[in-house]
Design a protein around this ligand. Sequence first.
Ligand code: ADP
Length: 637
Amino acid sequence: MAARRRTFPLDVYSDVRRRSVVPLAHAVLVVLFVGFAFGAHAAETGTPKSVLILFSNGRPLPGVVAIDNTLRRVVQPLVGYPVEMFDEFLDVERFGNTMDPAKMAEFLNLKYRKLNIGVIVAAGPEALRFALAYGDSIVPDIPLVHVNVTREDLSAAEIPPDVIGWTVDLDPTATLDLAERLHPHATELVIVTGASGTDRALERRIRNAVAGLKNPPQVTFLAGLPTTEVLRRLRALTKNAIVYTPGYYVDGSGHVSTPRQAVEQMAAASGAPIYGPYDTFLGSGIVGGYMATFEAQSKQAGEAVAALLNGIAPAAITHGSMPNTFMVDWRQVQRWGIDESALPAEADIRFREPSVLARYRWQIIAIAAALVLQSLLIARLLIERRRRRVAEIESRQRYSEMAHMNRSVALGELSASIAHEINQPLGAILNNANAAELLLKASPPALDEVAEILGDIKRDDERAGEVVKRIRGLLRKSSFELKDVDLNETVDETLKFLVADASVKGFSVRTDLARGLAPVRADPIQIGQVILNLALNAMDAMVDAPVGGRTLVIRTARAETDCAELSVIDSGLGIPPETADRIFDAFYSTKQHGMGLGLSISRTIVEAHGGQIYAANSPRGGATFRFTLPFAGKSAT
Ligand code: ADP
């Protein structure tokens, strides 16, 4: 028994002397007094109160790391001065059976007695039992905060009122129920536990829970086996089984590990899904469990520590138990083909791969918005283009109507000379017919001469017919039709409309046509219309010029810019400089009955052929209108 007193087995403290349980009011007074005394001491000496954290286990446990980090993170900002936090590890998994707790307490007292420890935190049931039994010998009469301790751990000890904390629920029942719900076809439950005292305590807890299951499946305990054997057995499992394990500290061959390391190995080997009690197992390959995270527990404990350091009495701090939540690893849910709808609605699902939509939400929204915007823009542009086309077609139609009207007007102006041109052959035909009649009445009839006369009649008739044909050609509503055109020929053809009119009005018309001028690519009717417009304008401009000087010259040439050039030169009064900018505008006219369309239409025609039109006054008086046309070899742009 003496040997047992000196060692530190898992539940040795259940029969060790407890700290005396003082009545609550007394305790509050003591704590207040101690608090004031320490506060005063801290204020006097300037030594801040510090915290001693006693861990049941060794440092490498992920749970230990989580508790330590969270306490440090939470306490400091809630206390107005720098708090030093010291960690001590009882390492029960290694030294639980060999350590003398009294000596340990003595050592800790020597180490910490001068450091103004204000609170002791006991992390884990063994640490709590040690602190309850020996806390006063380390630092007397200071409050104790426990973390990661179950209600059963507490009920096994008498807890003085200056000991506070939130118990955790490590009962596997809810986790086993969850596993059964997620794997309704499973027929076997395999429990894996270790060989150390702590491991055996965990095993007992699980055995109790399994015994209480309503519809227990076939249960197999793999308790205290060497890791190789555990892995071999797990490998042989199928999806018809469920594994539950709290991990283990020591395996059947005495090998020490952390429970998380043990679980990692199990998860890598197991043919069946694994469930466990700690959130630190999530990510190692287990599916999940019903648990309170180490972080949440330590945050709660840290706030209590800060309150105590700030002078709040332990009795004033309400405490109770940590709520558990269902936690699952999404990747394992997928891996084991678990029905998502079977998961508890409130489950905390970890490692859920965010969908592409969730991951690139903003990028997708931005791209979609850009696409929508772009589509709208494209739609708008298409509509615009359609509208423009319709407008273009309409304007081309209007233009061709206008051009046609312009030609009709031009012909109207020439009607006198046209009538003259037709009347002349008709008159000749009549005269010839009369003469032929007389010749036929003679005896013998002069048939040879009649034949000659009939030839003349035919020629005159053809002449009149040609005039009509020319007029019809000009009045025809034709579409724009490009062909290789001899510009000089077009000039000649057009002048036929004019010569009679010009001679009636007393103008002389002269042509100066370049020899061997290469053909241009043009619509001959439209180019004829331009020449006609320019010539008619020229004749209008010369009406007021002295009679002797009324000369109209039409000249063709090869321009320097390597295209054909046609000039209409008059000897009129010229273009008044103030109107020079506007003469090509539609509906601009200085004439009393002018429509102001001739030059505007001419410019449109020339530009549609890829040429340009210019107007200038000649140095010797009169105006010169000049336009260019590309040769047939060159494409009109
Ligand atoms: P319109 O002949 O019906 O007036 P145009 O567009 O053919 O329409 O001509 C516009 C104006 O340009 C004319 O009113 C006239 O003032 C001026 N113009 C045209 N040709 C000449 C020219 N050869 N000499 C002087 N002015 C001219």
